[in-house]
Design a protein around this ligand. Structure first.
Ligand code: GLN
Length: 543
């Protein structure tokens, strides 16, 4: 069976949960037994998300094959429970680049190369290609941005053509839109939604389903009004309310009949349901017996989405430990001067996530010292692990001025440095280590092994710098354990402290592989250690 396709567009404003709706729709179908794959289209001109600033665009999500993608791929992986590749993210930049390269190679045989059909054909080709390559029964394609943006029409034109090519029983258009409530009487207003559907119609697309993000449950009269005005059956007007946990969204959509609707409209064969696991997970998530507070000391804490995978992985680890994990966001630059006692004495654990550049580093190092000296459970991710090594070198191994050459090229003790092969490439611009690599756990007595319970693990990377091997023995002699190494032994992948309840850092990013139904072992053990740690100051209660 060729894949059926569901296209998700967004209206009125951005950030109304189109990515979560797409991921949730995928979960609804997986719970009903179908094989689902997803594609995120980003209409911006960047070729990929690799060079995008997390402050502006949120986290860069890295797939197994090393693609630097939009953070929505993280939501897809977590909700679908599958690993995706770079083919699941397509930008205008990538489309235009491919078309221009073909043009230069003469592939268009002298034709005038145009938006229609050349750009739209390239887009369609990518969508059909992924449908085939993934061998999914349903491919869900989310178009980023908002209908009405200048950048989206070529993509909408492409999906409009796909509808004509595959027919209405093989394609479905879902439009995610916003319902606003106007003070002072809290009147529900549908006009922005009507306008947005009209904008979509002007591009030739009639939506089949409307998912209305709304502050309140929509009364039937309002749904009827939207249905009539937008040419959508009443049963296909759904409300999407604010929820405490995004994992609840698939259950809410299913409850409103979305699963039945999609199965009927796309004429999918009935399958055995397997949604229980997800339901049970949501139940555990909403009814925890324990509570811990974890500080994330990072440099992009002002942007809620910059560490979204870390945030989610902590939540997953909470589920596994029957605990609610509350995050205390701590801006690392502020910790350079701040009273650490006041900032960090009420937490059960400290986490330093990834990042680039010197700003805020000294604050991270101070926080790490605090964690080490007080025996507070600590997890360092990539940059966080590098800072953990720098702190240990400076304050335990007596290597004054130790640093990474990323932050201080003239440091007397470059404990973190570009590796030899990279240094040779430096003139050409050192490349990043990206994507999945094996790591060998060295010793069964380590905290890393206790978490993973296996010797060979696979983890995702995104970094250029590494622990400098010239300092390995010296740091080891003072109590640093290199508990995970690359198979050849020449790259440090996991470091941990001997004389500490739980202090572990990874050169890779474990957060990218954590899923609600498959929490990551390092996070699970970090939260377990945090549950056992009693902070100096009382932790303020649940919120
Ligand atoms: N800036 C560091 C490096 O390039 C860490 C990168 C990261 O945390 N992802 O190695």
């Amino acid at each position: 069976m060729a894949a059926k396709m569901i296209f998700v567009t967004g209206g009125v404003v951005s950030s109304i949960g189109k990515g979560i709706t797409t991921a949730s729709l995928g979960r609804v179908l997986i719970n009903r037994g179908y094989r689902v794959h997803a594609l995120k289209i980003d209409p911006y001109i960047n070729v990929d998300a690799g060079l995008m600033n997390p402050f502006q665009h949120g986290e860069v999500f890295v797939t197994n094959d090393g693609a630097e993608t939009d953070l929505d791929l993280g939501n897809y992986e977590r909700f679908l429970g599958t690993d995706l590749t770079g083919s699941s993210n397509l930008t205008s930049g990538a489309v235009y680049r491919a078309v221009i390269e073909k043009e230069r190679e003469g592939a268009y045989l002298g034709e005038t190369v145009q938006l229609i059909p050349h750009i739209t054909d390239e887009i369609k080709g990518r969508i059909y290609g992924l449908a085939e390559e993934s061998r999914a029964e349903v491919l869900i394609v989310e178009i980023g941005g908002t209908i009405g943006d200048f950048e989206t029409p070529p993509f909408v034109e492409a999906i409009r053509q796909i509808r004509t090519e595959l027919g209405p029983e093989n394609t479905l258009f879902v439009h995610v839109t916003l319902i606003v409530q106007v003070s002072p009487w809290g009147e529900i207003k549908t006009k922005p939604t009507q306008h947005s559907v009209r904008a979509l119609l002007s591009l030739g697309v009639q939506p089949d389903v409307l998912v209305c993000r709304s502050p309140v449950e929509l009364p039937e009269t309002v749904r009827k009004k939207i249905a009539d005005a937008c040419g959508v059956p009443l049963e296909a007007v759904l409300s999407s309310l604010d929820v405490d946990y995004i994992e609840e969204v698939p259950l809410l959509l299913e409850k409103q009949g979305l699963g039945d609707l999609v199965v009927r409209r796309l004429r999918l064969p009935e399958r055995e349901r397997r949604g229980q696991e997800w339901e049970e997970m949501v139940h555990r998530l909403k009814n925890p017996s324990n509570f811990v507070k974890v500080a994330i000391v990072g440099k992009y804490t002002a942007h809620g989405d910059a560490y979204v995978s870390v945030k989610e992985a902590l939540k997953h680890a909470g589920i596994a430990n029957d605990a609610q994990v509350q995050i205390k966001w701590v801006e690392s630059e502020a910790v350079e001067e701040a009273d650490l006692e006041a900032t960090l004495a009420d937490v059960n654990g400290i986490l330093v996530p990834g990042g680039y550049g010197y700003r805020g580093i000294e604050g991270m190092i101070r926080a790490i010292r605090f964690a080490r000296e007080r025996g507070i459970p600590f997890l360092g991710l990539c940059l966080g692990m590098q800072c953990m090594v720098i702190e240990f070198a400076r304050h335990v191994a007596g290597l004054e001025g130790a640093n990474s050459t990323e932050f201080d090229p003239n440091t007397p003790h470059p404990v973190i440095d570009l590796m030899e092969h990279q240094r040779r490439q430096r003139n050409m611009g050192a490349t990043q280590r990206l994507g999945i690599y094996p790591c060998v756990l060295q010793d069964r007595s380590t905290k890393a092994f206790a978490a993973y319970k296996q010797t060979i693990i696979l983890e995702r990377h995104r970094h250029r710098y590494e622990v400098n091997n010239l300092y390995r023995d010296r740091l080891e002699a003072h109590g640093m354990i290199w508990s995970g190494l690359s198979p050849s032994g020449d790259l440090v992948e996991i470091a941990e402290l001997r004389d500490h309840p739980w202090m572990v850092g990874s050169q890779f990013h474990p957060e990218f592989r954590s899923k609600p139904l498959d929490p990551h072992p390092l996070f699970v053990h970090f939260i377990r250690a945090a549950l056992e740690f009693a902070p100096a100051k009382e932790v303020s209660g649940r919120s």
